[in-house]
Design a protein around this ligand. Structure first.
Ligand SMILES: *[C@@H]1O[C@H](CO)[C@@H](O)[C@H](O)[C@H]1NC(C)=O
Ligand SMILES: *[C@@H]1O[C@H](CO)[C@@H](O)[C@H](O)[C@H]1NC(C)=O
Length: 389
């Protein structure tokens, strides 16, 4: 398809979606100086069992020097109707800031404040829990964006999405597809063409863009376009706003053993053979890092995949900085899909009550149920910190 045709198709889709969106959410509204806008990602084309993992550069984002107050999202179809996780699993999405050379290709990632040395550079990002996880940044705080003084000369600030979605319509084993079980995918090599290790049972190396999860015989290959509809709320920047920094802890961070923040991104949970009701079949993984600055925690939540039972962040003296638990769906409705993590609980500590000292050892513990095996799981903790001077 030529870029022009593509543009036209996209525009038509935008128009039809806009109509559907307008009843519930005005397209750009101002209330108590908080501005709100609804955007659509480029279309994501899927087939039963297909995997899409694409990066979309220069996505729409509020312009100007602003403080982001929330970033909510969901997957919708061409009619603007929400898509069930039972049909398309939102494995993960991230929104990353970057600087692009004006009139050139050179691109510099302007990531969050850590803690992984590479990857995990997003300011916003989640997975299946997107619909029911609060992202609101309480007053007087905000996530700063578009500060012209921070953009290198000759560059422009932009944002990209990476969205990883798995279509499980007609799947033989939808949960297996979501956990990227290699035996369900038609792969022998990873996305870079490297042969998979024989003991690699599941994870991202088996469900990269273009792979195909096994569907039942006779399932019609019905194409479907979906969109990521995201709502950003923000206020114009002012001196009364206290900027917060984004930190993401990863339970696979090797820092305590290697002195570098090498994050392995995923790990496996083995099925317990000795589980008892007393230990409630809990698999715990932990990692500790030295926190690089001092400040107040103003918001936090954990990110886990199916099988997760919660995660906690502890200070050096063992005090809990924030704990977050998954909310599992119980039914068939969108936002309440049985067996899926449809939300994560969040922390909003009273301002000034949860402090981290510079150089303090912070430990992340991620808990999963070991009643059955889980592959390619995640243990992340996202916090917003107002630095103390
Ligand atoms: C699996 O992959 C092989 C080799 O790439 C291909 O020939 C075959 O059609 C694929 N099967 C399915 C069901 O996608
Ligand atoms: C998905 O795409 C991102 C961005 O291109 C890439 O960094 C990541 O490795 C990909 N993941 C998989 C599972 O293919």
């Amino acid at each position: 398809m030529s870029p022009v045709t593509h543009g036209v198709v996209f525009l038509l889709a935008m128009v039809s979606l806009t109509i559907c969106v307008q009843n519930s959410e005005a397209h750009a509204k101002v209330e108590n100086r908080v501005k709100s806008r609804v955007y659509l990602s480029p279309k994501i084309t899927q087939f039963p069992g297909s995997v899409s993992n694409k990066t979309y550069y220069d996505i729409e984002f509020p312009k100007g020097h602003i403080a982001v107050k929330s970033f909510n999202a969901e997957l919708v179809d061409e009619a603007g109707d929400p898509v069930s996780l039972q049909e398309t699993y939102v494995h993960h999405w991230v929104a990353v800031r970057y600087y692009q050379k004006k009139g050139g290709k050179d691109l510099v990632i302007s990531g969050n404040s850590g803690l992984c040395d590479h990857g995990r550079s997003q300011f916003f990002g989640m997975g299946s829990e997107t619909r029911k996880t609060s992202t609101y940044v309480p007053d007087p705080y905000g996530i700063e964006a578009g500060n012209p003084l921070k953009v290198p000369a000759g560059y422009e600030e932009k944002w990209y999405f990476n969205i990883h979605a798995i279509d499980t319509r007609g799947a033989v084993d939808a949960m297996g597809c979501n956990e990227c079980r290699c035996n369900l995918y038609n792969v022998t090599v990873d996305k870079d063409g490297q042969p998979l290790k024989p003991d690699y049972v599941g994870g991202l190396h088996c469900c990269y863009d273009g792979t195909q999860c096994k569907v039942k015989n006779g399932v019609r290959n019905v194409k479907r376009n979906v969109y990521f509809r995201y709502t950003v709320k923000w206020v114009d920047w002012s001196d009364s706003i206290v900027p917060v920094k984004v930190f993401i802890f990863d339970v696979t961070d090797t820092w305590q053993h290697t002195g570098i923040h090498d994050c392995l991104f995923e790990y496996d949970v083995k099925k317990s053979t000795i589980g008892t009701a007393a230990n409630s079949y809990t698999s715990t993984r932990r990692s500790s890092v030295s926190f690089p600055t001092a400040g107040d925690v103003v918001y936090g939540f954990a990110q886990q995949y199916i099988g997760g039972t919660g995660a906690s962040l502890y200070g050096q003296d063992g005090r809990v900085l924030c704990s977050s638990k998954p909310i599992y769906g119980k039914g068939k409705d969108v936002g309440d899909e049985a067996g899926y993590i449809v939300g994560m609980s969040t922390c909003y500590p009273k301002p000034g009550t949860v402090k981290i000292a510079k150089g303090e050892s912070v430990t992340l513990e991620s808990y999963y149920s070991s009643k059955s095996m889980h592959t390619g799981v995640l243990g992340l903790f996202y916090i917003l910190v107002a630095e103390s001077s």
